[in-house]
Design a protein around this ligand. Structure first.
Ligand code: KG4
Ligand code: ZN
Length: 360
């Protein structure tokens, strides 16, 4: 019986520090598969990006993303196995992102993972995308262990998590409206910069003067550590429209630098307050925006002032990938968590309960 075999193999993962996990990720516009050994060592990390396909639309078109995942995923999985030098028979478990993300896109990964697991008699492990982003750090720093505070900043989330154990955490605060990556993308779009906006805004911000005062966040941080980016985004949009209406040229680099300065400043102050409250000594960054140099430097400055270390993965492990999914699954399985069956469904939203301990 498939479920019994899968359960036995799942239980065996606990005592196998060399477990080979195939990770599958398709929550947005990257089709990815990877093989990771023991949750820390990447044997392969294949990412087929759809950026070029979505560029002409100025953002990700969900239906186009799903179709392209369907086309790309079989080859991406084959390539991940080939580069890792293993066959499907040598894999110990299959891990897949089941949420949060674009529902149609997620379904492609979830269905493929189910089929692979069923065909090979392997356990299927359901992974939360945000937790996977954090787990990228276990690969980047093979000695990293909880406790630490994680700051996840991606296109869909901006979240501070106090991670006390591998599978235990409290959500400390997050955005009330737009995610930071989303704000970067929208600012880029109004400035006419190509998708995805974040890296282009970062590049131009280097040449700009952060002196445009289209908006000022209150200097402090909110008591509940909540963040908000829609006000800043709207202020940038209004500023750009006003310039255009007056027939003035928009100082694109200055807008990028000023937006970044405000956005990063708010996040750095809030993260520093989270470090103070928790007393943790390490802040770990995750998600696409964690590859932003201005954010890294601002947090490192806070770390120097307040006495905590800041670590982050290389850019390829910050943006969406499947190695982080396999890594997350390994640490779940070690605690007997995450085993799914063929009824696993995709979820577009997975809410975080702020201030309450979550047993992942
Ligand atoms: O984690 P990710 O690949 O996908 C989601 O889970 O959303 O994050 C993508 C987001 C996009 O909004 C992109 O613009 C942003 O990360 N991003 C950046 C940078 N690189 C990617 N934002 C600012 N600076 C960057 N260098
Ligand atoms: Zn992501």
């Amino acid at each position: 019986m498939y479920n019994e075999t899968a359960k036995q193999k799942f239980d065996a993962l606990k005592d196998n520090p060399d477990a080979l996990i195939l990770g599958i990720e398709s929550s947005c516009d990257e089709t990815a598969a990877a093989v990771v050994r023991g949750g820390r060592f990447v044997m392969s990390n294949v990412i087929s990006s759809q950026i070029e396909i979505h560029k002409r639309f100025g953002g990700v078109v969900p239906e186009v993303a799903s179709r392209n995942h369907t086309l790309a995923l079989p080859d991406v999985i084959d390539e991940a196995l080939r580069q890792a030098g293993v066959t499907a028979r040598e894999i110990d478990a299959v891990a897949v992102t089941y949420g949060a993300g674009l529902i149609g896109a997620l379904l492609v990964g979830v269905s493929s993972a189910k089929a692979f697991a069923y065909a090979c008699g392997l356990p299927l492990i359901a992974v939360n995308h945000i937790e996977a982003h954090v787990a990228a750090n276990y690969i980047a720093d093979t000695a990293l262990q909880p406790p630490f505070v994680a700051l996840v900043a991606s296109g869909g989330h901006t979240l501070l998590l106090d991670i006390s154990e591998y599978n235990r955490y409290v959500a400390l605060g997050g955005t009330l409206d737009d995610a930071l990556g989303e704000a970067f993308d929208k600012v880029a779009r109004i400035l006419g910069l190509p998708y995805p906006g974040g890296p282009n805004v970062e590049r131009l911000a280097k040449e700009g003067n952060p002196a445009v005062s289209f908006y000022k966040h209150p200097k402090g941080v909110r008591e509940d550590l909540a963040l908000s980016y829609s006000g800043l985004k709207t202020a940038v949009v209004n500023y750009v429209h006003a310039c255009r209406q007056r027939g003035e040229e928009v100082a694109v680099a200055d807008v990028c630098a000023s937006f970044t300065h405000e956005a990063v400043g708010l996040l750095a102050r809030t993260a520093a307050e989270a470090m103070k409250r928790t007393g943790r000594k390490r802040l770990v960054l995750a998600g696409g925006v964690a590859s932003n140099g201005d954010l890294r430097r601002a947090l490192e400055r806070e770390g120097k002032t307040h006495g905590f270390d800041v670590t982050y993965p290389p850019p390829v492990l910050c943006t969406d990938n499947a190695a982080m999914v396999a890594a997350r699954a390994y640490f779940m399985a070690r605690d007997g968590k995450g085993l799914a069956d063929l009824s696993l469904n995709a979820k577009s939203h997975i809410p975080f309960a702020f201030g309450r301990e979550e047993n992942a």
